[in-house]
Design a protein around this ligand. Structure first.
Ligand SMILES: *Cc1c(COP(=O)(O)O)cnc(C)c1O
Length: 426
């Protein structure tokens, strides 16, 4: 399906049934797979032959859905994971270990920040967080001899900062390391980071790809463009023999498939963050309408953002689709068809007014989720970040009055009407 359009790949990618085979992807609900001889199975364990033996590592349903996402991103290999968090962790841990260092945009999802700054630090991997708007000089200054990757988020959740992918890719490649991009918010329908130099893409498929609030999941896609062997000294895990697989060297044996093969063979084997085939099936149902839904999410968010900007009870609005937004130019460059359906804004009157406004909403529900068919909103100062004072919130770039609104697939006039009636309660 290489030359077909994204819309067609959303519907039919990853799976071409043969004569008389199921039209919909089969759910292979089996932990294990049968072989005639021990030698047959031994070849799989040695990575001498490809095939399935245990669903902790690989499952046909999951691979079918990963193949669809791989086609959408324009990659060469992909794997599903149990969550977006697992995808972020694997994406870095596959090429960095104790004593290594990673350069990371400071504007990333809070859960990723915690994973990197707290948990992976305990594993001996240090992260330097850089302002995404920093100059090339400042960005280059963040690298160390032990830097193994650069990480950023296309459109950050919830700050909605747009990553200058080309700037980050250029710096990463000048230092001989890959750029990993979390592309959850735009999805490949709105942005394909490989076209701008990113090497690896991660997703929380829990968000727009599923899109119905049904299944937690993640995905990692490799562009196949990064030349590991050209930087063999930095990536011994890929470029020297793996003793746990009888001395095979991933980069020489698997070429462009090396990164995903290593992540599957080592990390899935050892950590087991696999997605269930049932969840992968739900994810595929979401993907079949991704292109139709993304257009509507973005359209609704644009309408809502424009309404908010023109309302005098609203203090400020942050949405990269507004020409007044500081990320507008970057968004136009990387995502000319739209970014995502999430808008953040502040109600005049601060934390207390935000609280009162949210309580008065009827159609829009209060949830920690985003990117669902149903509109939802969150007041971080009173939910995910409630332990922080106003001063601490300001330092973290989350004003006390910030409301994150995820515009669903309802009619935008009903969303605006709900916001209007809630504002009138203030
Ligand atoms: C939600 C989210 C994650 C984490 O994904 P889970 O599926 O919840 O583990 C990672 N990155 C971004 C941008 C997210 O929005």
């Amino acid at each position: 399906m290489k030359n077909q359009r994204l819309e067609t790949k959303c519907v039919q990618g990853g799976y071409t049934p043969g004569n008389g085979e199921p039209r919909q992807i089969p759910i292979v609900q089996s932990t294990t797979f049968k072989y005639a001889t021990s030698e047959d199975m031994g070849k799989l364990f040695d990575l001498e032959a490809s095939g399935y033996f245990y669903s902790r590592l690989q499952n046909p349903t999951c691979d079918t859905v990963a193949a669809k996402i791989c086609e959408l991103e324009g990659g060469v290999a992909a794997m599903l994971t149990s969550s977006g968090q697992a995808a972020s962790f694997f994406s870095v841990f596959n090429i960095a270990s104790c004593g290594d260092h990673v350069v990371c945009s400071a504007s990333i999802y809070g859960g990723t920040y915690n994973l990197f700054a707290v948990t992976m630090k305990k594993m001996g991997i240090e992260f330097t967080f850089v302002d995404p708007d920093c100059s090339e000089k400042e960005l280059n200054a963040a690298f160390q001899p032990n830097t193994k990757a650069v990480f950023g988020e296309t459109v950050a959740n919830p700050a909605l900062t747009v990553l200058d992918i080309e700037k980050f890719a250029k710096a990463a490649h000048a230092h001989g390391v890959p750029l990993i991009v979390d592309n959850t918010f735009p999805t490949p329908f709105n942005c394909r980071p490989f076209e701008f130099g990113a090497d690896i893409v991660t997703h929380s498929t829990t968000k727009y790809m599923d899109g119905h609030g049904v299944a937690v999941g993640g995905c990692i896609v490799d562009s196949g463009n990064f030349d590991w062997l050209a930087h063999a000294d930095k990536f011994p895990g890929l470029c020297t023999p793996d003793e746990s697989y009888h001395g095979i060297t991933y980069a020489t044996k698997f070429g462009k498939g090396a990164y995903i093969t290593k992540a599957t063979a080592q990390l899935m084997r050892d950590f087991g963050c696999s997605q269930s085939p049932q969840s992968a099936f739900y994810l595929n149902l979401g993907l079949e309408s991704l292109h139709v839904r993304m257009e509507r999410h973005c359209f609704n968010a644009q309408k809502v953002a424009e309404f908010l900007e023109s309302n005098d009870k609203i203090g400020w609005v942050n949405f990269p689709g507004l020409p007044s937004n500081k990320n507008y130019a970057l968004a136009q460059k990387y995502m000319p068809n739209g970014t995502c359906g999430v808008v953040s804004f502040g109600v005049k009157g601060g934390r207390a007014a935000a609280e009162k406004f949210m309580k008065a909403l009827k159609t829009i529900a209060i949830e920690t989720h985003v990117a669902d068919a149903r509109s939802c909103c969150l007041h971080p100062a009173n939910a995910t970040h409630r332990q922080m004072s106003d001063a601490e919130l300001a330092a973290a770039g989350i004003p006390g009055d910030l409301i994150r609104l995820s515009c669903g697939l309802e009619h935008y006039e009903d969303l605006i009407a709900d916001i209007e009636q809630a504002l009138s309660a203030l």
